[in-house]
Ligand binder design. Structure first.
Ligand SMILES: [Fe+2]
Length: 604
């Protein structure tokens, strides 16, 4: 039985195909349309999922959508009215789209599926989809479930309990009281884009001091012991305006919001540190409450807030659970996977066998390309390449390039699901040179200099480099961990202020060490990613170092590359020195000048 799960029309549209309860394929639409966070009907992702399953839409048993549109519309209307007349501004912006499209979802979905699907549509609640995406693919037979995001229909957070095939939601927090919206409001205030710049705010936090924390806790939030809270809405405008915060917040935070791309000052760093600290406090309290309600020893997290790998780490370290698991796409894209699994287990009442491991197979759920197709696309792009049929020889060659300080694009196997590149659509580099972080930011990714890169480390050597126990898996890069004290440098001089401190972080692997000596590590084993594991082993053999920089294969504002042609384009328009696509090796110095047009992505 084939079930298609869809998330769409808000941000990060995606599709997922579940066959007899197993996840066959999943992908975000942005990879196909090359439009970051694309919210359109996921036509490309659906076509890919159906092709992977070898069927067309007429063979689908069930199509499931990741939220209940009428309930969401009800929330929007009530909010517009509650804020009348100010709310009419948002109503005017939002209502036409609802009337044209979103209130007629079956019609829109019919159109998207080429009118071939004859079955019924199922709409799950948004937080049911998030909770299902966290629990069903997890390695746990039983677990507490915590979901946190901006808002779905009404719920902005939920606590649940998963047991076998059953998933029960026990508590909900409702709009407009939302941790996701609070974090997004401060993201906006600090001058980054809502629904994409939140991870930048998290990256800034370790530079600052939480000097606004007490003030925010006193004025903005009425936080209860169980983690539930009420926001003082006079500081926020998202209920009635197209901006996130009201002028009253300016007074509390010593001035107006920072303009995008304006210099980042100590104030922004301190705001980031403060809101991150509050986020951790709220999540810890909610996690403790989830533990009380369920008595479970394990926790799974989902919703956009679960992309906050610093807060996830805080729950794992300081919370009451023996084990915490976060799937690779906890945001709205992952809800496509969640709603399909929810339908299978909850609506169709199908059993869930006791899991031996998680069901996401390393997150490699997207399209792969045959060697013939790779050659066809590279030749059509005008690329010059050599073929290396022997995998080990290619890995040795790549490791040698990396050891010589070159930056290599690595494209192999199936594309990752979720926002993290986990080796198959990754840019790799040597983490040891002191200037590598700045070089990668300036010449390859064209992004802000304050963000360190993430490390990939051989699973078997992880505890040499990071404070990580054998029990703690970091296969999906969802937790930050401290760099091992032996691998750290001297504390940066206290004379260095703010963002200057990253360049002075030092230690054995400075390109992947943040100013607070944390790292968002990916542990790599031979079972889930044979090729990245092979490159890491070859790099270790040549240099003694078991760590590489692993950053997503894209430039700023660009979705991660999906096809060999995307990879070649990105390679040619960035400072990448070499590119591996399956068994083909391309050196920048061999390429014809400017053979492919520069797609010019809008900065995010
Ligand atoms: Fe969500």
């Amino acid at each position: 039985m084939d079930i298609l799960g869809i998330s769409a029309f808000y941000h990060d549209s995606a599709a997922c195909l579940v066959r007899d309860g197993a996840i066959l394929a999943a992908a975000e639409e942005e990879r196909f349309t090359r439009k970051k966070h694309d919210n359109a009907f996921p036509a490309g992702a659906v076509a890919y999922c159906l092709a992977e399953a070898g069927i067309d839409a007429s063979a689908l048993e069930l199509v499931v959508f990741y939220e209940k549109p009428l309930l969401k519309f009800d929330r929007l209307l009530e909010t517009y009215l509650a804020y009348a007349p100010a709310g009419f501004k948002l109503a005017k912006l939002g209502l036409p789209l609802w009337i044209r499209q979103r209130l007629h979802l079956p019609r829109e979905l019919d159109r998207g599926l080429g009118r071939k699907y004859r079955g019924r549509y199922v709409f799950t609640e948004h937080h049911e989809a998030h909770a299902a995406s966290a629990f069903y693919p997890s390695p746990f037979e039983e677990a507490a479930v915590l979901t946190l995001d901006g808002v779905g229909e009404w719920a902005t957070a939920s606590i649940g309990h998963g047991r076998g095939a059953k998933l029960e939601l026990l508590r909900e927090l409702h709009f407009p009281h939302s941790l996701g919206l609070l974090y997004s409001a401060l993201t906006y205030f600090v001058g980054f884009r809502v629904n994409s710049g939140e991870y930048k705010l998290m990256g800034l936090a370790p530079y600052g001091r939480p000097t606004y924390r007490e003030r925010m806790l006193r004025e903005l939030i009425e936080l209860r012991q169980d983690g539930s809270f009420r926001l003082d809405l006079s500081y926020f405008a998202y209920g009635y305006d197209d901006v996130m915060t009201s002028p009253k917040l300016n007074a509390l935070l010593d001035g107006p919001p920072r303009k995008p791309e304006a210099p980042i000052t100590e104030r922004e760093l301190d705001i980031a540190a403060s809101i991150q600290s509050i986020t951790e406090l709220i999540i810890l309290r909610m996690a403790a409450h989830a533990h009380e309600l369920t008595g479970s020893k394990r926790l799974v997290l989902a919703g956009g807030v679960a992309l906050n790998c610093v807060a996830n780490a805080c729950v794992r370290r300081d919370g009451p659970f023996a084990d915490v698991w976060v799937q690779p796409g906890p945001g709205d894209s992952g809800a496509a996977l969640g709603c399909a699994l929810f339908a299978w287990h909850q609506l169709l009442d199908r059993p869930r066998p006791a899991p031996a491991s998680d069901a996401l197979r390393g997150a490699y759920l997207g399209p792969a390309y045959s060697r013939d197709e790779v050659k066809r696309q590279l030749e059509a792009s005008g690329a010059k390449f050599s073929e290396e049929p022997d995998e080990a020889a290619l890995q040795t060659r790549v490791a040698a390039l990396l050891a010589a300080g070159q930056v290599v694009g690595h494209f192999a196997g199936r594309m990752e699901f979720g926002p993290r590149a986990l080796g198959n659509r990754s840019i790799l580099a040597d983490p040891r040179p002191p200037d590598m972080q700045a070089r990668l930011n300036a010449k390859i990714k064209f992004r802000e200099s304050f963000r360190p890169f993430a490390p990939a480390v051989l699973r078997e050597d992880a505890s040499r480099y990071f404070e990580l126990t054998d029990r703690e898996s970091n296969a999906y890069m969802q937790f930050t961990v401290p760099v091992h004290p032996h691998q750290r440098g001297a504390p940066p001089s206290t004379e260095l202020r703010g963002l200057e401190r990253l360049a002075a972080v030092g230690g054995a692997i400075p390109a992947v060490t943040h100013v607070d000596h944390s790292a968002r590590v990916q542990t790599v084993d031979g079972e889930h990613n044979r090729r990245l594991h092979g490159i890491l082993r070859a790099f270790k053999a040549q240099t003694g170092c078991s760590v590489l920089v692993n950053t997503s294969f894209n430039v700023r504002g660009e979705p991660i590359v999906a096809t060999p042609a995307d990879a070649y384009r990105c390679f040619m328009h960035s400072g990448l020195d070499a590119l591996v696509v399956e068994n083909c090796l391309l050196l920048k110095s061999d390429q014809p000048a400017a053979s492919v047009p520069d797609p010019q992505f809008e900065l995010d």
